[in-house]
Design a binder for this molecule. Sequence first.
Ligand code: SF4
Length: 131
Amino acid sequence: MYEEALNNNVDVIVRGEGEYTTLELINTMEKYGLDPARLRSIKGLAFKDGDQVIKTPDRPPIRNLDELPPPARHLLPMDKYTLFGKPIKIVHVMASRGCPYGCSFCSTSYFWGRMVRYRSAKAVLMRLRMP
Ligand code: SF4
């Protein structure tokens, strides 16, 4: 729904798998702001250039999820991440992305495609052991 969002005061949308698109977007914005000519070279974006909605090409999926660094939880107030307000701390650990099926009520196949990627067991264990 990037067109709807862009027509409601949103400057730029990261479409699909966002890690590398967001990284490129932030690096570009730090140097050039929201310069449409620069944004056009970043895959996986949608933004407006004047009244025109621009959708850059899709970014290919990350093949090896292990290359993604762990979340910087030390920068977050982790004591606020609790289970429905109970004094039980929780974190989410990503072990895989995607699903091979296409249930009509589910957005997964639209978002990830009908493709499943897994993190290695070693990488998942590392993230479970993090404070
Ligand atoms: S398409 Fe969605 S609801 Fe269906 S099996 Fe996959 S994740 Fe589950």
